[in-house]
Design a protein around this ligand. Structure first.
Ligand code: NDP
Length: 444
């Protein structure tokens, strides 16, 4: 079967999963040329095997809310590929979670993890549980009930979940606590743990920092840098917050943040003091980004995304399909020269087409946001070694990994005119590693 035939068959076999189709299509079309150079791939039906997850666990969760009412949620773990290491990927708690969404994320995760240079397979999981508006006790009871079902399927050498949207340090702590109680083991079965019980320094910062390191590498190749650049960032959660922090370290000026209600535009720049407030607002108060605008007297635009602001660099750090064709055209018309994705698949296929046609710098999430999972890999290494590296050591390793991922993209994505197709570079780089491992391990 060629790439087109595999795509058509997947859509027929797994209908009503648009995000999964979108992610698979984007990867397959960009690896087609490379794939055709290797007749052995077709012999092993490699593409079809690589697109379909190894297995999917589906389970119901019961938990009791603060009013004593019994609630149910659906939950899933998609174990996509174990070709190059134990399954590895985050858990998402959000009402939009369904198997098709997690299949897209697990598929992407497989290539992303391959790019990190570390031995990690791909997975993703989560639930349609919405942590917004829930008390700490409700979140704890939900996490405990979640782990009561999941613990049998995971382990430090089998499958190592982490956080994602709606799953931060608080949730990872509750999940880890229940796993430990059930198994009587204190092992590296989850990453993103607190520093007091096996977490790695820099893991909370890693995705946001890594995204900005990647943007810096892209600009460096053009003789430019982040210094002095005005930056639009979407989201205001984990990835967005630390993207702001690294922009500040590198002398750039972040001017926007958002959440699902709208975005704030602060032309004076979000400085370290204001960032501290955002961290408190989102992590402790669990409030809305509009409160930032009230506090600092700047603009809040309800129901919109920040791509209409004139900036040099855009970092989408909220969610999938949050930057569409019109947004891409506006960013380019306003002089944006670089887009690096902190979120997973934030740009629609139409937006990517517009961005690539304009030949500005564009990094897909699987390359630019890989710093998070890479540092999770470093957390696993530290857990196995039973020691902790310093902040400086982990940060230096993170920077080196982002530079290596950038180099892989350049290796596989260089075009005739010397510019870099980072989408192709990341997809081919990740694919080749997983494909070779699968062939070596036979038909299983
Ligand atoms: P958080 O839950 O910490 O923050 C998510 C942010 O995105 C919030 O500001 C949230 O706003 C906003 N958001 C979520 N859904 C929507 C939506 N449908 N429309 C508009 N805004 C939305 O998540 P993270 O920061 O961890 O994750 C952000 C992105 O980065 C995701 O795509 C995730 O998969 C990706 N990622 C995360 C990694 C990590 O290490 N955390 C690693 C690699 C990728 P609100 O609070 O209103 O919902």
């Amino acid at each position: 079967m060629n790439v087109q035939e595999v795509l058509a068959k997947l859509k027929l076999r797994f209908p009503h999963e648009p995000e999964y189709h979108q992610a698979v299509e984007e990867v397959l079309l960009s690896i087609e040329d490379e794939y055709n150079k290797h007749p052995e791939f077709e012999k092993y039906n490699l593409i079809e095997r690589l697109c379909i997850p190894d297995r999917i666990f589906t389970f119901r969760i019961n938990w009791i809310d603060d009013k004593g009412v019994v609630q149910t949620n659906m939950a899933y773990r998609i174990q996509h590929s174990m070709a190059i290491g134990p399954y590895k990927g985050g858990l998402r708690f959000h009402p939009s979670v369904y198997p098709g969404l997690l299949k897209f994320l697990a598929f992407e995760q497989t290539f992303k993890n391959a790019l990190t240079t570390l031995p990690m397979g791909g997975a993703k999981g989560g639930s349609d549980f919405d942590p917004k508006g829930k008390s700490d006790a409700e979140v704890m009871r939900f996490c405990q009930a979640f782990m009561l079902e999941l613990w049998k399927q995971i382990g430090p050498d089998t499958d190592v979940p982490a956080g994602d949207i709606g799953v931060g340090g608080r949730e990872v702590g509750f999940l880890f606590g229940m796993y430990k109680k059930l198994t009587r083991t204190h092992v590296g079965v989850l990453t993103g743990k607190g520093n007091e019980f096996g977490g790695s320094l820099i893991r909370p910062e890693a995705t946001g920092y890594g995204t900005v390191y990647f943007a810096e590498e892209m600009l460096k190749l053009k003789g430019d840098s982040m210094k002095g650049k005005t930056v639009a960032i979407s989201g205001s959660g984990n990835v967005a917050q630390y993207a702001v922090e690294k922009c500040l370290h590198l002398g750039a000026k972040p001017v926007t943040l958002s959440d699902s209600s709208g975005y704030i535009y602060d032309p004076a720049g979000i400085d370290a003091e204001k960032l501290k407030y955002v961290m408190w607002l989102k992590e402790e108060k669990r409030g809305r980004i509009s409160e930032y605008a009230e506090k600092y007297g700047c603009k809040f635009v309800a129901g919109a995304r920040p791509w209409e602001v004139k900036v040099d660099v855009a970092l989408p750090c909220a969610t999938q399909n949050e930057l569409d064709e019109t947004n891409a055209k506006t960013l380019i018309a306003n002089g944006c020269i670089c887009i690096a994705e902190g979120a997973n698949m934030p740009s629609t296929p139409e937006a990517i087409e517009v961005i690539q046609a304009a030949n500005i710098l564009y990094a897909p999430g699987k390359a630019s946001n890989a710093g998070g999972v890479a540092t999770s890999g470093l957390e696993m290494s530290q857990n196995s070694l039973k020691l902790s590296w310093t902040r400086e050591e982990v940060d230096a390793r993170l920077l080196k990994i982002m530079q290596d991922i950038h180099a892989t993209c350049v290796q596989y994505g260089k075009k005739a005119d010397g510019s870099i197709d980072y989408v192709k570079g990341a997809n081919v780089g990740g694919f080749m590693k997983v494909a070779k491992a699968m062939i070596a391990q036979g038909i299983i």
